[in-house]
Design a protein around this ligand. Sequence first.
Ligand SMILES: [Zn+2]
Length: 115
Amino acid sequence: MCNFCFNIEYEKFATQIDFVEFDLLLNKKLEAKILVVLGLREHRKLVSDYIYKCTKCDVIWCLSSPDNAWRGYFLKERNANKLIKKLKDNQEKKDKGCLMVLCITIIIILILAFI
Ligand SMILES: [Zn+2]
């Protein structure tokens, strides 16, 4: 993190305007070659990140663009990874919850069928 790239991280972009303003700043830094694009990575279709590297301080930044309910983020790699892990854990909990509801429903149907 340095004064050339960004000195704050965005856990989310609260509004589309926030993101547009950020995007303008990002594009300026890309044009000035302060940041370079390293690539794109996907996290099991959960979110995808554009990866940028600061040519001044070597910090790796991850950008996920907002999309409807998803508010995106712009974080240093380590913090982005933490956030993604949290999202994956929540998704797994949700999946397990759905499976549990399905099992209980089937059991109730079976019990009712045999009464
Ligand atoms: Zn930097």
